[in-house]
Design a protein around this ligand. Structure first.
Ligand code: HEC
Length: 143
């Protein structure tokens, strides 16, 4: 009799194990490493013209708040980058610039660990100025 119960018990354990693997897999799949802004945020238009004043203001903010991780040229090689749990990525690539100003603005606003969100630290205008300044990295990459 005992011999008959074991396969059942094992079958039950296996079913639970397989069940939990199956329950975890579909949930894990969409969480790809790509960081995407929500469509609504990405559609938001940049309200500030990228004139000299804006770019100068954006650069000052970038040097103060972003350079330590992102590096002076946005390559992700700032002095603090090596101590981060995750690379800040490269803000100069064509792939990065496939996203809209609205998407970049949203990412700066929200942050994602280890990057802080800047919704409290910077005003909306300051964040748009930084977006305008980041475009200077894009131009360099295309040369
Ligand atoms: C403490 C380090 C740190 C600071 C300070 C920081 N970042 Fe980041 N940033 C990161 C990291 C790490 C990532 C990657 C996060 C991820 O992919 O989950 C990132 C990602 C980003 C992205 C998205 C990159 C992509 O591929 O779409 C943008 C845009 C960005 N940062 C801009 C800024 C700006 C602008 C500032 C300053 C206002 C700033 N960051 C300050 C560490 C930092």
């Amino acid at each position: 009799m005992l011999n008959c119960r074991w396969p059942f018990a094992l079958g039950f354990v296996a079913a639970v194990a397989i069940g939990s693997v199956c329950a975890v897999l579909p949930a894990a799949e969409p969480a790809s490493d790509d960081w995407q802004a929500p469509a609504r945020a990405a559609r938001k238009k940049n309200p500030i013209a990228a004139d000299e004043n804006s770019i100068t203001a954006g650069k000052a903010t970038f040097v103060k708040e972003c350079l330590s991780c992102h590096g002076a040229a946005g390559k992700g090689d700032g002095p603090a980058a090596k101590d981060l749990t995750k690379s800040p990525g490269d803000l100069t690539t064509a792939k990065f610039w496939q996203q809209s100003d609205g998407a970049i603005f949203w990412k700066i606003t929200e942050g994602r660990k280890p990057m802080p969100g800047f919704d409290q630290l910077l005003s909306e205008d300051q964040r748009w100025h930084v977006v305008n300044y980041l475009h200077s990295f894009e131009a360099k990459d295309k040369k």
